[in-house]
Design a protein around this ligand. Structure first.
Ligand code: FAD
Length: 380
């Protein structure tokens, strides 16, 4: 990449490296090194986010008006890659990358002031209440109801697979506010304080045995009406906008490279024979190709711009590559992967492999992404 870099970008990269060297603590790095799910635990990720927020770097893709750094696309790319390669914690995206763009585009000025600064420092930790027991890919069939009663919406229903609901103090949820001929037209976008009476969070353990996702029960929850984002009945439009950010507005190639490096470290050099080197090289080339794709697509977007349907291509590729890297660890470990008594890096790699199965499910399954690509990009 050096060959492509303008001297000003090289100077920027040196500034970022300096900043990371002076501020990333061993505890933060260890938290990321031991990550086994899509997101790190709130600590130490929050500590790193707050260090970045103090420097004005917590939200590289936000517009300057809301606290973004005003970087060019290549600066954003350099920053994300350097953070990933240095082993900095992944910034929890559900507030900063999913809720925030919707609040910026469709929320009132008062809501923007109330929520955005607290998202920037993770003072508010958000979770995403879209899926339900009968509504996943077919999200429009959701049945959680919100009925207006004076200055509140009374919410009843349940949300499923809600990542980090046990850490969150806010959830953004799709709720049904009307029964309409077209199901999508009766859906609204509501922010729900998790501390309200009637909200209950029950854990679901992952295939790796850890606790990331939950079922959330909403029983007669009175949500202040000023927590409705945008207009009643327009939630489907806002959700589609949000999903473009969920699927394709992060820069993942640096993270994939860091994950590959973790596999090499965990396996140990003694195992790196010619066959292993070939396997690692193949995955490296795929990451190189993905990096180019990222640069050509979201690498050219203005801050806070929605990527459009190409987000589905990025989601599909990134999730498959994530699984490919995790699988490589198992292929290289061979039968030793069956011994799960190792609580060192090898144990982490095995659990990460198991949990990586979910990458092609959450955020919309691969089959659903292929359907979008066929319709929106290939015109089929
Ligand atoms: C680890 C994890 C974390 C998650 N976190 C969250 C979260 O924080 N918030 C949230 O709201 N949701 C979350 N989800 C839910 C996730 O978005 C759904 O699981 C996903 O959308 C699929 O829905 P489903 O599980 O109901 O499967 P279904 O929709 O029932 O799909 C079952 C199978 O049918 C296939 N299929 C369905 N429709 C089609 C179609 N039209 N064309 C072709 N194939 C199709 C699917 O690809 C899949 O293979 C999470 C899921 C997981 C696994």
């Amino acid at each position: 990449m050096d060959l492509l870099l303008h001297p000003a970008d090289r100077a920027f990269r040196a500034e970022v490296r300096d900043f990371i060297a002076n501020n990333l603590t061993p505890e933060m790095r260890d938290g990321q090194r031991r990550i086994i799910g899509p997101y790190p635990e709130p600590e130490p990720a929050r500590a790193w986010q707050q260090v970045l927020a103090a420097r004005g770097w917590a939200a590289p893709a936000w517009p300057v008006a809301h606290g973004g750094p005003g970087w060019t696309a290549i600066q954003r790319f350099i920053f994300e890659s350097e953070c990933a390669l240095a082993g900095a914690p992944i910034i929890y995206p559900i507030g900063i990358r999913l809720a925030a763009p919707v609040i910026m585009k469709f929320g009132s000025a008062e809501q923007q002031e109330r929520w955005l600064p607290r998202i920037l420092t993770d003072a508010d930790h958000w979770c995403q209440g879209f899926s339900e027991p009968g509504a996943g890919s077919d999200l429009a069939s959701l049945t959680t109801r919100a009925v207006r009663d004076g200055d509140a919406y009374v919410v009843d229903g349940t949300k499923l697979w809600t990542t980090h609901a046990h850490h969150a103090n806010w959830m953004f949820a799709l709720v049904r506010t009307a029964q309409t001929a077209r199901r999508q037209d009766g859906i609204s976008f509501l922010a729900i304080p998790m501390s309200l009476p009637g909200v209950e969070v029950r854990p679901i353990l992952s295939i790796g045995g850890d606790h990331d996702v939950n079922q959330v029960f909403l029983d007669n929850v009175r949500v202040p009406a000023d927590c409705l984002i945008g207009q009643e009945g327009k939630g489907w439009t806002y959700a589609k906008y949000l999903l473009e950010f969920e699927r394709g507005n992060g820069l993942f190639s640096g993270r994939l490279r860091a994950a590959l490096k973790r596999v090499e470290d965990g396996i140990g050099v003694e195992r790196i024979n010619d066959a292993a080197r070939l396997m690692i090289a193949e995955v490296t080339f795929e990451i190189d190709a993905f990096e180019m794709l990222e640069l050509m697509t979201i690498g050219v977007l203005e801050p806070n711009a929605a990527p459009g349907p190409v987000a589905s291509v990025l989601k599909l590729r990134a999730s498959r590559l994530k699984q490919r890297v995790a699988r490589l660890a198992i292929d290289l470990l061979g039968s030793e992967a069956l011994r799960r008594d190792d609580d060192g890096l090898r144990g982490v790699l095995v659990t990460d492999y198991l949990n990586s199965r979910a990458a092609t499910i959450f955020g919309g399954t691969s089959e659903v992404q292929l359907g979008i690509i066929a319709r929106a990009l290939a015109g089929i």
